[in-house]
Design a protein around this ligand. Structure first.
Ligand code: JD8
Length: 273
């Protein structure tokens, strides 16, 4: 997968050279290209922002600079200047913004199927909206938010999305199996939080590992883990329980959720199954 990132802080993405993403790049699974937006600002101060039309606080990023930058990054490949990724003449353009559609595991799985992604993290109050309108007619443009809190810019959101997508690419994670039972991902653990995890020693500072995990009884261990995932989800993210596909629940799940609901009492989450 090719990933282009245009930013006034390309150094923000140094962490992508480390750990899993770093290895994915070494193995050629990921081809990450960083671009300094100011390279397309031609005044002596390499200005990329200006005051907002209609007044108000802060500054807005200028459309001309982004236009030149995106044309250069996309155009080169789209115009045959350099080899576009296999099977793609143009990238999917992803604009991080607090007013975007939620970035979820489902969206990450969607992006992991793409041969070419272009991220346009902004600063200040954001990018002049005509840029998204302009490229919306030529590319697939997604305005995406990673969560309901306000960041100072889009770079951190791009780091989150590149890692969430990158780890899904074939060959990145040791045993692909572990992606299959990701929380939030389609499958048995869909919409369930991960349960607690333990490793050696069997006792630490007087805290014992749950006996069942030392039993070697895989069936009982799987059951225990699912129970813990259901309990933790009911406690921390009850709204996720409502998303559970009822057909994915066996009678044991239902009995447990019933007990949890009883314990939660009438004040419990009306959505809980
Ligand atoms: C891009 C500029 C800062 C946002 C004035 C603070 C994503 N989940 C998220 N929270 N915040 C962002 C995000 C914030 C950004 C930019 C993404 C570009 N800012 C602005 C509007 C209010 N300042 C985000 N994804």
């Amino acid at each position: 997968m090719r990933v282009d990132i245009i930013s006034i802080f390309p150094e923000y993405f140094a962490p992508l050279d480390v750990s899993l993403m770093g290895k994915a790049c070494e193995r050629g699974i990921l081809d990450i290209r960083l671009h300094q937006l100011r390279d397309w600002a031609h005044d002596v101060h390499r200005t990329v922002d200006d005051t907002p039309y209609g007044g108000g606080p802060g500054m807005v990023m200028k459309p001309e600079i982004w236009g030149e930058a995106i044309d250069a990054v996309v155009g080169a490949a789209a115009a045959g200047g350099e080899a576009a990724p296999e099977g793609a003449v143009a990238p999917r353009m992803i604009v991080p913004t607090p007013s975007g559609r939620p970035f979820t595991q489902e969206v990450a799985l969607e992006y992991a199927k793409e041969p070419w992604l272009l991220f346009t993290p902004a600063r200040y109050e954001g990018i002049d909206s005509r840029v998204m309108a302009e490229y919306g007619s030529r590319l697939r443009v997604d305005e995406v938010s990673i969560g309901d809190y306000v960041l100072a810019g889009g770079e951190a959101a791009v780091l989150v999305m590149v890692e969430a997508v990158g780890r899904l690419l074939p060959g990145v994670l040791g045993n692909a199996a572990s992606v299959a039972d990701d929380s939030f991902a389609p499958g048995t653990m869909e919409n369930l939080l991960e349960g607690p995890v333990y490793t050696k020693p069997p006792t630490w500072r007087g805290h014992d590992v749950p006996e069942i995990l030392l039993s070697g009884h895989h069936g009982k261990i799987a059951r225990w883990r699912r129970d813990e995932a259901l309990r933790r989800t009911a406690e921390k993210r009850p709204e996720l329980l409502a998303r559970l596909d009822p057909d994915s629940l066996d009678k044991h799940d239902r009995r447990l959720l019933g007990e949890i609901r009883e314990k939660a009492g009438p004040g419990g989450d009306p959505h809980a199954l």
